[in-house]
Design a binder for this molecule. Sequence first.
Ligand SMILES: [Zn+2]
Length: 480
Amino acid sequence: MLKKTILKLSVCVLFVFIQAAAAAQPDQGGDAAGMSPEGSGEVVAQLQKQALSSGLAWQLLSDLTSEVGPRMAGSEADARAVKWAVDRLKTLGFDRVWTEPVRFPRWVRRHESAEVQSPHPQRLAVTALGGSPGTNGPLEGRVVQFDSLAALEAAPPEQVAGKIVFLSQRMLRTRDGAGYPETVPIRTRGPFVAASKGALALLIRSVGTDSNRLPHTGNISRTETGNPAPAAALSNPDADNLMLMLGRDDPVVVRLDLDVGLDGEATSYNVIGEFDGREKDGRFVLLGAHLDSWDPGTGAIDDGAGVAIVTAAARLAAGLAERPRHGIRVVLYANEEGGSYGGRAYAERHAQEVDKHLLGAESDLGADRIYAFRSAVLPAAGPVMDGLAKDLANLGIERDPSGAPFGGADVGQMGKLGMAMVDLEQDASGYFDLHHTANDTLDKVDPESLRQNLAAWVTLVYLAANSNVAFGPLPAAPQP
Ligand SMILES: [Zn+2]
């Protein structure tokens, strides 16, 4: 038994040795050239060290939040953000910088207010949901509460018709952000379900984990059919207060005034910057983040941080004395918040070029530390992922075996066409305290965490861009 184990062990050791030896052959066009399971040694160590002391991501983020600030898609500030990004990528020395137009319905927010009329008059902290129609002047209605979207869906229309529906479901805090997809249908689908039952309007508890008196905005569904009810989110404490009133008095009447709505069409731009690789073969690693933001904050964590991280990572990796083998393309997407318009436009335009996209990754979950990564690549690229695991372990990042990467709302659109993807997973425990609120500002970003992100990203970018193995294309996922 012991003998057998030793034999097995030595076979295993031998196998590892062969793998490592093959990987150590420089540039022979073999499977794992430049990509040893030992990691890429000194170059990666140098890049990580540089990233951990770099001020570049912070500089970009503080410039974007101060020089542009809130930049809702289709607004005047969005146009300034596009110009800012083009100028900045040029200044950073990208070999090519260009824009690609993205068209979408423009939504505008002019005024929003809500107050309890009776029995205990007081104002409520409220914000309209993106894509919501206005109320056409103030409307008043009796509030009917449901603790989930399923409960509203099950309710007979006569319980809802002519009333203001209040969905009180609370989002749970988790490290991986899983509470968000569980709860967000109250925001995306709620307005359509409420309207289908004849509701006057919809109020939701903010999809957020904080207890600040700041409501969280965010979009209603773009794909749901039918007309949505006018819809707005209450801050968590205001939702609590409304529940207290409903628990002791009936009826509770609220007055809601939303002067918001669709306002024609707008064009914004995906801003794209590319560094050539030393082989100039037209193939590249795709890094994405979105340039637009919601309007209450300055879009620091969503997604200024992502813009800063991926831009700085590309710059650092391309700044090596010897460029990585393949190119690095950064796409700063237009109008993610309104429904991934930039990501979908990019995937449509570049659908025939999936094979040029070696690997894609997106940064759009704030600025906290990365704790894990997961990947979907061809088996031949397994050793590169082993090398990545080893190099990321230096930064406290583990391998997440939980399944296929998400790829992000924008970059994931190319993933649907078969592009290989890696998720660098950020700690989202605190993200949904700030997300889509007036509290999404620069002071919430920890510079040290931002540098840890940069170090992880530059590791991924270098290993992927310098590899000569095929990460994809993978069999394309079924289209929704
Ligand atoms: Zn975002």
